[in-house]
Design a protein around this ligand. Structure first.
Ligand SMILES: Cc1cc2nc3c(=O)[nH]c(=O)nc-3n(C[C@H](O)[C@H](O)[C@H](O)COP(=O)(O)OP(=O)(O)OC[C@H]3O[C@@H](n4cnc5c(N)ncnc54)[C@H](O)[C@@H]3O)c2cc1C
Ligand code: SF4
Length: 338
């Protein structure tokens, strides 16, 4: 075991001060991802800065009609919060599709945004991996890549972002609030996660000395016509092979507004402005949804084991949009277990 220091941050300013003075320190919130990364020798922080007691645990309405979610709100509390269940049920369903009840009780909103890929080779420190060790190569391209990306890949990395919550946040167009030595700033969720390019070691545009303080949801929650569909190898406790968050605003049968985000297929939640534009003004039917799916999947490329994801994603997009259009009630299989 590599020794490390442990310190609890007394407030947000103290957390930033502590991380700024030690570039190889890491914040720890619920610890459900970071502790695994340490145990697998993927990362070896010199210091863990415990932020779990900071006062970032509220879910509140904003003056502009949206909702502000503190970075330390546990995933389970968020999914079952009345404001989220009523106004942003897409987010609630996406969170409940992830991990297990015990993990959701520990996992924080901020930690979920920064969780790292589940690429097998990333967690196997004996294999080359550009994300873990820049310049060492990518074992997944010619390896077991069943769970890897089909969109937005680069020669350096074909990893996916594993979060369910972030797929719904992308469809809702959430805003991430962060604080660092230079003050506070906001990052649109679309700009928060990065594509791998030639810097796959960087998952997000968060600076190493910045802390996420909150996630803001805009007023529009698409609470009538939404659906989250997660396709995975087991019915629970498994990451998405493909997931789809669909949100529609309908005027009768006509689509006024549409959002579609994909999970399990790229290094970040995947959206296409062109696919959403083509849906607006159309009749909400299978042919419009198939057309949008084709646009969303433009440029998709498999790497052997994951070729199946292209057809799977196409079918999943059409099915999820159809469910959203019908206002199909979401699964009750994962009803509250507290
Ligand atoms: C077995 C298993 C199955 C899982 N299945 C799923 C699944 O199906 N779907 C899914 O979406 N997720 C799944 N997860 C992942 C889980 O949701 C994440 O591990 C969790 O959300 C991370 O939150 P945390 O608070 O525990 O983060 P931590 O482990 O504490 O931290 C993770 C990273 O985020 C950073 N961090 C944490 N908080 C902040 C902050 N406020 N500001 C800046 N940086 C911060 C840490 O420094 C660290 O780098 C699974 C996890 C496990 C272990
Ligand atoms: S896909 Fe990315 S994370 Fe996986 S082995 Fe290649 S470089 Fe590493």
């Amino acid at each position: 075991m590599t020794p490390f220091q442990y310190a609890r941050a007394s407030d947000v300013a103290d957390a930033i001060k502590q991380i700024a003075t030690d570039p190889s320190a890491r914040f720890i919130a619920g610890g459900t991802n970071l502790l695994d990364l340490i145990k697998y020798d993927v990362t070896a922080p010199t210091k863990l800065i415990d932020i779990s007691r900071l006062p970032l645990g509220n879910v509140e309405q904003t003056a502009t009609g949206g909702v502000m979610i503190g970075a330390l709100v546990p995933n389970s509390d968020l999914a079952y919060h009345p404001l989220i269940e009523e106004r942003y049920p897409l987010l609630s369903r996406a969170i409940l599709a992830g991990a297990s009840q015990q993990l959701r009780n520990m996992a924080s909103t901020g930690g979920n945004l920064v969780q790292r890929t589940r690429c097998f080779y990333f967690y196997d420190a004996t294999t080359p991996c550009n994300k873990r060790e820049p310049g060492s190569g990518c074992s997944a391209v010619d390896g077991i890549n069943r769970i890897n990306a089909i969109l937005g890949t680069s020669e350096s990395c074909i990893a996916t972002h594993p979060s369910d919550m972030c797929v719904a946040l992308a469809a809702i167009e959430a805003i991430v609030h962060v604080t660092g030595p230079a003050g506070t700033r906001t990052i649109a969720i679309a700009d928060f996660h990065r594509l791998p390019g030639n810097t796959p070691q960087r998952d997000t545009n968060l600076e190493p000395d910045e802390i996420i303080t909150a996630v803001e949801l805009p007023p529009k929650g698409f609470s009538a016509n939404y659906s989250y569909l997660k396709i995975r190898d087991r019915l629970s406790y498994a990451f998405a092979l493909v997931s789809v968050a669909a949100a529609l605003e309908l005027d009768g049968d006509t689509i006024k507004d549409a959002r579609v985000a994909l999970g399990g297929v790229a290094h970040k939640p995947w959206r296409s402005a062109a696919a959403e534009t083509v849906l607006r003004g159309q009749r909400a039917d299978a042919s419009a949804f198939a057309n949008a799916a084709d646009i969303l999947l433009r440029g998709a490329r498999g790497f052997g084991h994951n070729d199946f994801k292209i057809g799977l994603a196409r079918r999943a997009i059409v099915r999820t949009l159809s469910q959203a259009a019908r206002g199909t009630p979401q699964s009750i299989s994962d009803k509250k277990i507290r």
